[in-house]
Design a binder for this molecule. Structure first.
Ligand code: FMN
Length: 189
């Protein structure tokens, strides 16, 4: 679509609503670019790490996003050391880059029992493996999947800032802050 037809990009509150509409769509639409954001964390030795994840929940009123993961994965250790994450999505059809900063809580056990009950068997294979994710193995397939509720973790992202960059004939960039009650500010792109 012609990006100049994206009139939502010309108004701060419309742009903010558009970002959230696309995030919410990613939770239910496997083909939406927001289905597979990149989550960046900081390792305990202070280096950046980024990986693809699936967006499992998105709630505009609270500004909260959920990602499911294996409790033993490195990202959980990262987040326990530094409870901040950055999420990135490039939505090509919308000509829209979304960058979110969030504080992240790692939820486990009884806090996620209800969510685990709703995870289909096929997806449960992603939570629990021997050895743990990231451990060296002699051969490529020397691991066993061991779906286990105790290995299931929900990363709950409380979005703090949201940076939207729209590439139309004119480039427009805006930042929205929780501290400012999501009032947007235009930024030079
Ligand atoms: C399309 C795709 C979707 C993925 N979804 C998830 C996910 O939702 N949660 C997750 O923990 N890892 C997911 N992964 C795997 C991660 O990208 C990563 O390889 C793995 O979690 C280990 O990362 P870590 O060692 O940094 O913790 C996905 C990978 C791909 C390619």
């Amino acid at each position: 679509m012609n990006p100049d037809l994206h009139t939502w990009a010309t108004d701060l509150s419309d742009l903010y609503a558009q970002v959230w509409a696309r995030l919410v769509r990613g939770v239910r639409d496997r083909r939406a670019p927001t289905r597979h954001p990149t989550l960046a964390t900081v390792t305990p030795d202070g280096k950046p790490q980024a990986r693809t994840v699936v967006l499992r929940a998105a709630d505009k009123p609270t500004g909260i996003l959920d990602i499911h993961t294996d409790l033993e994965s490195s990202k959980v250790a990262d987040l326990r050391a530094t409870p901040f994450g950055a999420l990135h999505v490039w939505d090509e059809a919308a000509h829209l880059q979304m960058r979110l900063e969030a504080t992240v809580t790692v939820l486990t056990g009884s806090d996620v029992a209800a969510l685990w009950a709703g995870v289909p068997d096929a997806s449960r294979q992603s939570y629990g493996s021997l050895p743990a994710p990231g451990q060296p193995i002699a051969q490529a397939l020397d691991y066993a999947k061991q779906p286990d509720a105790a290995s299931f973790a929900v990363l709950r992202l409380t979005v703090q800032t949201l940076d939207a960059l729209h590439l139309g004939a004119h480039h427009r960039r805006a930042r929205f802050d929780r501290d400012a009650d999501w009032a947007g500010t235009w930024l030079a792109p």
